[in-house]
Design a protein around this ligand. Structure first.
Ligand code: SF4
Length: 194
């Protein structure tokens, strides 16, 4: 029953035109979801390359993210194992300092209905500040603090920096991320998929 409902929901998302007037390259929702998934990756919004390919995380961010998770491309793109739901499903275009934020219309319209149809989720991974604000609305501090306080968020949720190459400086400044959190992340991912 869930599969049929999720299929219907996905068809509606893929036909969405809600904020088309604000999308310089037009709507092209890029997401991956199935009622059987164990892991949710809550990202930001597709970039130009992903908009062109239609494949989520088919870029340098995706290569780094898969290395962080310790999983292959086959597992990452298996919709029965990994859900990929960015905070905005369509490429929002580029501003003066990089890609624009996810469109604010997207999460209120689609996020909760989709999450309601992922009953088997065991682990939610938040990539960046927009996913953090939506999934952990009570968090008062910075993204870095949310990542560093990973022990406070329970076994089913981890906040991560966005894996974009733009964050190389953050990774250099926060070596504890690779030393402490990545081993924990890989353990939780393996457990969630087991
Ligand atoms: S970004 Fe979201 S709300 Fe806007 S057109 Fe795409 S799917 Fe619809």
């Amino acid at each position: 029953m869930h599969t049929t409902t999720m299929d219907t929901l996905l068809a509606r998302v893929r036909a969405c035109q809600l904020c088309a007037a604000h999308l310089p390259h037009g709507p092209r929702p890029v997401l991956q979801a199935h009622a059987d998934e164990r892991i949710l990756i809550a990202g930001q919004a597709p970039g130009r390359k992903v908009h062109a390919s239609g494949v989520p995380f088919d870029d340098a961010s995706g290569e780094r993210l898969r290395a962080w998770l310790g999983i292959t491309r086959a597992t990452f793109y298996d919709p029965r194992q990994v859900a990929i739901l960015p905070m905005g499903f369509c490429y929002p275009g580029t501003g003066r300092t990089g890609d624009l934020p996810p469109r604010p219309e997207c999460a209120p319209a689609w996020r909760q209905p989709l999450l309601d149809h992922l009953p088997r989720l065991r682990l939610t991974l938040l990539l960046g500040q927009y996913a953090l604000a939506w999934h952990l609305p009570g968090h008062q501090g910075t993204l870095t603090e949310a990542v560093r306080q990973w022990r406070d968020h329970g076994p089913a949720l981890l906040a991560l920096p966005h894996p974009s190459p733009r964050n190389n400086g953050w990774l250099r400044r926060n070596p504890w991320f690779e030393d402490e959190l990545l081993p924990e992340l890989r353990t939780r991912v393996a457990r969630a998929l087991a």
